[in-house]
Design a protein around this ligand. Sequence first.
Ligand code: IPE
Ligand code: IPE
Ligand code: MG
Length: 231
Amino acid sequence: MALIMDGNGRWAKQRGKERIFGHENGVEAVRDTVKAAVEIGVSYLTFFAFSTENWCRPDNEVNTLMQLLVDAIRNETPELNKNGVRLQAIGNLESLPHSCKKELMDAISLTSQNNKLIVNVALSYSARWEIANAARKIAEKVKNQEISPGDIDQDLFSNYLETGNIPDPDLLIRTSGELRISNFLLWQIAYSELYFTPVLWPDFRRKHFYQAILDYQKRERRFGKTTEQLP
Ligand code: IPE
Ligand code: IPE
Ligand code: MG
């Protein structure tokens, strides 16, 4: 499953507070969703936490958000370990402030033996950046004659994406009522079911997560076939 956590700023604004207050309150929503995912046996959960485009926000918001990430990763790691959750990250991690990258790498290594749920955080991530990167890496291999153009198919291409070891999401959830993808996992969601909820991210709790899954379970995934052809 994948989640676009959106609406923190509006949540704060509704309360007459600074946008960062919304980000701070979004941490509890992540915590509750992760716990719910462990309890019902979800294997992979990818959170969109910060996009390439989000670097264009005011410096103050970006800096505070990065500090919040450092604190959240540090505070949550023991709980992740307790629940058997393994942390991973995708995106241009080199572009993160040093302290943030270090905290992230430490948490990834501290949780690397866990196998109940993989929580994958997309940070400084955008799908077009990822796809262009994959194309460049493949081009270099072709240039060095390590692979030939004829070897390039969908499976090979997928392996060069950031999500190489993570299956495509069955369900993508976006909060806050926006009906768009905002450059998230474009390749991987080719056949994902999409679920949009008006709930703002800081208000998102396990009951909303379960509602999304119940909705998903009522859908018929045909993958191009007819209903009659399905098992
Ligand atoms: C999502 O909430 C968090 C990030 C993008 C980092 P927003 O900050 O986008 O909140 P809104 O959409 O402005 O309400
Ligand atoms: C998408 O939310 C990115 C994250 C949730 C991290 P945005 O709030 O940045 O998306 P747009 O700009 O409204 O499309
Ligand atoms: Mg937003």
